[in-house]
Design a protein around this ligand. Structure first.
Ligand SMILES: [Zn+2]
Length: 360
């Protein structure tokens, strides 16, 4: 894709017609979207919000502590709080306060979309991003503390139809995260064309830009703090992100997270292939190959596991969703606790009966 006009032309047109563009990234959890949001916000016409629901929920609290970079000391958000009018559109006010006409967000809830993103003065530019389902399965397992089988069957399996890969259209851009990582400059230019802007040469060094992101991956946001010399409280995976930052400052690939290759054994890869292979291939990822012996052995193991999940079903009740999110280990603990509770009730009832007989 080639930009038909120069960046100056697009800037002039955008400023003249003054609609506000909202870049709306949709992606599964753990797709590296915080990094992408910060990258796309590294332009003098763009402002990155991240997932917008957290800051939106802070409207009645004066946007206190909204900024994940500067915390309560953030001059940008305290300034916005002073001028914010709850009766007017949030994005139009934000664009005016930031003096930017492109706002980058990801994965808003339907409630937020309906309340703020349907305004006629907003131009929505959707971008869809997916990531290898095997990497997602490991991230789900790691973050939700569930086993890989549950991560595959209860989470990743349901993502493929929600985030279909499509050819680029005038009103939609689709990316595989790994492709973006592998050709960052070209990918950024592709987004620039889609938005009608030219990204500066150093946009990949997103930590050098003025960001006030309000939600997202703590590690990716910590890089902004490392660069600005701000205190960074201890967070999970700190060593990993410090290593990534060192690599990125030396111009090497960013967030090339291959941890999943070590975390998935042959058996887990087979489970993944069994439940998610088709969907992952539709996203464009090459499947793993297995020998006949492996297939037979792993199938025998699977028979001892939970029944094959249903691919599409009616929406689950909130209780079912909560139980699913607990993972197998915590569900087992819950079952033991429930059993003990029932047992204690039975003992209490028996004692009451014995005592009542004694009195009689
Ligand atoms: Zn800030």
């Amino acid at each position: 894709m080639r930009c038909p006009q120069s960046g100056a032309y697009h800037r002039a047109v955008a400023m003249r017609s003054s609609p506000v563009t909202v870049v709306q990234i949709s992606s599964p959890s753990y797709t590296g979207t915080t990094w992408l949001c910060l990258l796309l916000g590294s332009h003098d016409r763009a402002f990155t919000l991240g997932p917008p629901d957290r800051v939106w929920a802070l409207r009645e609290k004066n946007f206190e502590d909204a900024c994940r970079v500067h915390g309560r000391d953030c001059p940008f958000w305290s300034g916005f709080a002073r001028r914010y009018d709850p009766k007017a559109n949030f994005y139009l006010q934000l664009a005016d306060h930031a003096q930017r006409d492109i706002i980058v967000i990801n994965n808003p809830t339907p409630a937020h979309e309906q309340a703020e993103l349907c305004h006629p003065d907003l131009r929505i530019r959707p971008i869809r991003v997916v990531r290898d389902g095997r990497a997602l399965a490991c991230s789900f397992a790691r973050h939700l503390k569930i086993d890989l089988h549950d991560a595959i069957t209860e989470h990743v399996q349901h993502l493929f139809h929600r985030f279909p890969m499509e050819d680029d259209r005038d009103d939609l851009l689709c990316f595989r995260y790994e492709d973006f990582l592998g050709a960052q400059r070209d990918s950024l230019d592709r987004v620039g064309c889609y938005l009608g802007i030219e990204y500066p040469r150093d946009a990949l060094e997103y930590w050098k830009f003025d960001h006030h992101i309000t939600s997202g991956n703590a590690g990716t946001i910590a890089l902004l703090k490392f660069f600005q010399g701000l205190p960074v409280p201890n967070f999970k995976d700190r060593a990993f992100y410090e290593g990534q930052f060192d690599q990125m400052r030396q111009g090497q690939a960013a967030f090339d997270d291959h941890r999943w290759r070590d975390e998935l054994g042959r058996r887990e890869l087979y489970y993944f292939d069994r439940f998610c292979g088709h969907g992952n291939a539709a996203w464009g990822y090459a499947p793993d190959a297995f020998t006949t012996q492996e297939r037979e052995a792993f199938e025998a193991d699977l028979e001892g596991k939970a029944p094959t999940p249903v691919l599409s079903a009616a929406p689950d009740s909130p209780v079912i969703v909560i139980l699913r999110n607990l993972g197998r280990r915590r569900r087992a603990l819950l079952a033991v606790a429930a059993g003990l509770w029932v047992l204690s009730l039975a003992i209490t009832a028996a004692m009451a009966w014995v005592l009542a007989r004694g009195v009689a």
